[in-house]
Design a protein around this ligand. Structure first.
Ligand code: WTA
Length: 649
């Protein structure tokens, strides 16, 4: 099977920073001589103390990853101050509100003032270098100020997506022991208020049970609706910021000082706190932002992610601001007031570079072309995709209808753990194939291995590993380095295992096929099946649960739950609703089960291990090929599961 090739588009090529020859040369050097390559590109950010050491990394033994380890810098300085001399009045952030009549433009000078003020508020309340600060915010500029203010004083932010429940938020506050929270009274999405502050209040009670006492809550007034208020602990952002100086010197940070913790789901246990550090992360985020999006000065750039995810960290805030770009922050949702919103915003702000997720593309494709066609879309030069595999149909629609056959698409594969984009086309260098993330970025060495770890060559399917370090790589799991080693470096010794399956074609292009572990990707959001299972079994009517993914037209994957009830409890639609509500309370709306099947028994091996392979097949309505069920303790359960499946086609 040969996929159609979309050759590099001429306009992109004429303008592009990197053509194919440059890609080949730089890539070769980045692999053959990473010291020289990164020594050079490490200088793209400003260092208060230049590094002399470049790469000191090992995927063996204790796994230690250090980049630019004797250098000193400050991320907030690089994202703000260094642009002031020449670009102070350039717009740094365009904010587009949920309500289409609301937007504002914030210059680098203004960002500087806001960040300094908030940093001073934090300092005055006793926040010090290394302290963890939880940020639970809607998509408003103050979210970026909060991240940058932390970076300015050396505090480590833990941004928690505003869609997570109080339980999920409380758990994350406890895990990183943060006693300082920045939030807003409410968020606003699609015209609906999100009770952020009230969620924080509940989360603080939950954290207290875990012996973490939150001392300060800074609250941005967004909607002005009433919320709970604890005098002495809760403070209005605007009141506190007005009291302090608009200047705050950036704290010199070692390249390997932590910058942020971001929780993400794995195949087992609770979400893990992925830890990223200062120097290497910023070098990598800014470099990928520049070359992957072919960013030129003056471009208006829009990434539709939420700052609560890594895409928002690297490609709304840190990468673009380090490059002095104008980054658009959108508070709303793609279908409010209607499904034409994205394209309206593109026209309104003359967006040149547009980066979104396949789930949004599929949903908007389903709404029909008219919503797109009613906009001019004359400004975009480049389109991007991230978060999950993009199916060729969605890719073609994005290319032909949204991009008018004029804009290259960069399908960017990466992970919370990788800090930045890893496999991607470069618009002036790479011929495109619909659905392929194409080739590795500079410094990235992908390898495909089979289940036994044997390296596979040529055109093949395999498990995707990366064999050497890159500057944006996570350094550890906060508080659990052993789990870091076990999760990423133990499956295939000496290699970083991504958890993704992948095909390499005859041209050496990579096609990510999806997770090969028990991680789900629902609308581009990562979720562990184990998390949903533990939410389900925490309900008093549930004795056991097994959760798998199944293909879903819009979400990519849907959540299918097999639930065994306590003796005497009857399954009903009412109980299904209750359980869906329960999972939403425990984790958040993104984890809402799509299907719940009540199962008197689950297929287990004689040693008690649940055979997920069988559950996946039944959820996909593909039970003709169940494979060998003879090792099951009770093969009869399978017949019952098939008879009562919830996904009959
Ligand atoms: C998936 C998001 C195919 C993949 C940046 C990965 C993708 C997981 C792509 C990480 C892509 C991300 N094509 N799959 N372009 N981008 N993925 O940590 O399974 O939220 O392991 O980071 O998303 O999700 P995370």
């Amino acid at each position: 099977m040969f996929a159609k090739i979309y050759p590099v588009l001429k306009p992109a090529n004429n303008r592009a920073l990197i053509d194919n020859e440059t890609y080949q040369n730089w890539y070769r050097e980045s692999i053959e001589n990473p010291e020289r390559f990164w020594g050079e590109h490490g200088k793209r950010i400003d260092w208060s103390k230049p590094f002399t050491k470049i790469k000191n990394t090992s995927f063996e033994g204790d796994v230690s990853i250090k980049w630019f380890e004797d250098g000193e810098t400050n991320v907030s300085y690089n994202c703000v101050d260094r642009h002031l001399a020449t670009h102070a009045d350039q717009v740094a952030i365009i904010w587009e509100g949920d309500d289409p009549s609301l937007s504002k433009k914030i210059t680098y000078r203004e960002v500087h003032e806001q960040v300094c003020r908030l940093a001073n508020v934090m300092k005055a309340r006793g926040v010090k270098k290394g302290d963890r600060v939880t940020v639970y915010m809607p998509m408003i500029p103050e979210a970026a100020y909060a991240m940058l203010a932390c970076a300015r004083i050396g505090a480590v932010h833990s941004v928690v997506f505003g869609g997570f429940s109080p339980d999920a938020l409380g758990g994350r506050i406890v895990d990183c022991e943060s006693t300082f929270v920045i939030t807003a009274d409410e968020g606003l999405r699609g015209g609906k208020p999100i009770p952020l502050k009230n969620n924080v209040d509940k989360a603080i009670d939950i954290a207290a049970r875990g012996h973490i006492m939150v001392k300060d809550v800074i609250v941005v007034r967004r909607t002005g609706n009433p919320t709970g208020w604890a005098p002495g602990r809760d403070l209005w952002y605007h009141e506190e910021c007005a009291k302090v100086s608009a200047d705050c010197a950036p704290e010199p940070m070692n390249a390997e000082d932590p910058l942020f913790i971001l929780y993400t789901s794995g195949s087992t246990g609770r979400p893990k706190g992925v830890l990223h550090t200062t120097g290497g992360y910023l070098v990598y985020a800014s470099m990928t932002h520049q070359y992957v999006f072919d960013y030129h000065e003056g471009d208006i750039y829009w990434c539709t992610a939420d700052v609560g995810w890594v895409t928002g960290h690297s490609y709304i805030v840190y990468g673009p601001l380090a490059n002095g770009a104008t980054t658009l922050m959108f508070e709303g949702v793609p279908n409010y007031p209607d499904q034409g919103r994205f394209w309206e915003v593109v026209d309104k702000h003359k967006v040149n570079i547009f980066y979104t997720a396949p789930t949004a593309i599929r949903a908007l494709m389903g709404a029909g072309d008219d919503f797109v066609k009613r906009s001019s879309r004359s400004s975009p030069r480049l389109l991007g995709s991230v978060g999950e595999p993009i199916n060729p149909e969605a890719w073609e629609w994005y290319y032909h209808v949204v991009g008018d056959d004029r804009c290259p698409i960069v399908d960017t594969w990466w992970q919370t753990e990788t800090g930045g984009i890893m496999i991607t086309p470069l618009p002036g260098a790479t011929d495109l194939k619909a659905g392929s993330a194409t080739r590795p970025f500079f410094g990235v060495k992908p390898e495909l291995v089979d289940g036994e770890g044997r390296v596979l060559e040529g055109a093949t399917d395999g498990n995707l590993c990366i064999t050497d370090s890159w500057p944006g790589q996570m350094r550890t799991i906060h508080g659990d380095h052993e789990r870091f080693i076990q999760t990423y470096f133990a499956t295939y010794k000496g290699k970083y295992f991504t958890g993704d399956g992948c095909r390499r074609d005859e041209d050496g292009y990579y096609w990510i096929t999806g997770r090969v572990d028990d991680v789900l990707n629902v609308s581009g959001h990562r979720l562990g099946t184990a998390e949903v299972e533990s939410a389900l079994v925490s309900h008093h009517d549930v004795s056991e649960a097994a959760v798998v993914g199944y293909p879903h037209d819009i979400k990519g994957q849907g959540i299918y739950c097999y639930v065994t009830l306590m003796a005497g409890v009857q399954g009903s639609d009412e109980l299904r609703k209750t359980l869906v509500g329960h999972v939403r309370t425990e984790i958040g709306p993104i984890a809402s089960p799509d299907k719940i099947q009540f199962a008197p028994g689950l297929p287990k091996t004689r040693s008690g291990k649940i055979m997920r392979r069988i559950l996946r097949k039944i959820a996909e309505d593909d039970f003709g090929a169940l494979g060998d069920t003879s090792t099951l303790a009770d093969p009869a359960v399978v017949d019952d599961l098939i008879a009562n499946r919830q996904n009959k086609k």
